[in-house]
Design a protein around this ligand. Structure first.
Ligand code: FES
Length: 143
């Protein structure tokens, strides 16, 4: 599993949050009373940056439409979809994030389930997010 260096504990203390890139993805690193957390920087609702959100210990609230996420589990307590979380490892005061991408077939299967759920609920937002998730999981030769 590929690990990337997000920064040091001192960096996190000074800046309050770190943002690192892994391919096309941005990962937000935060600290709470439960430890250090790495989550997608883009909100699963409409993609706004979660670094602009409000953190209340283990709960991160998106600044745009107030979806709320548990930093330990990624579960959503207000809003819809959950937040992708990444394993974190602390080594010699350095913060490493494990960034292995999920199996595209599993992502596609989950996206199809999300689309079916959206159709049942007649939820256009959920439908669009499911379609985008499916589309993004299909490899292209354009990179
Ligand atoms: S973009 Fe985050 S709640 Fe809408």
């Amino acid at each position: 599993m590929q690990k990337i260096l997000a920064g040091t504990l001192q960096d996190l203390e000074i800046k309050g949050r770190l943002i690192v890139k892994s391919g096309k993805r941005q990962i937000l690193v935060l600290r709470s009373s439960k430890g250090i957390h790495a989550v997608d920087h883009r909100c699963p609702h409409e993609g706004y940056p979660l670094s602009q959100g409000v953190q209340n210990d283990c709960v991160l609230t998106c600044a745009y439409h107030n979806w709320k996420f548990d930093l330990q589990t990624g579960q959503n307590s207000v809003g819809g979809d959950g937040l992708k979380i990444w394993p974190v490892e602390l080594r010699d005061q350095q913060i490493f994030v494990s960034v292995a991408e999920p199996n595209p077939l599993e992502v596609q299967k989950e996206a199809v389930g999300q689309v079916e759920e959206a159709l049942d609920q007649r939820n256009a937002g959920l439908l669009m997010r499911g379609l985008a998730r499916y589309s993004n999981s299909v490899p292209t030769d354009r990179g």
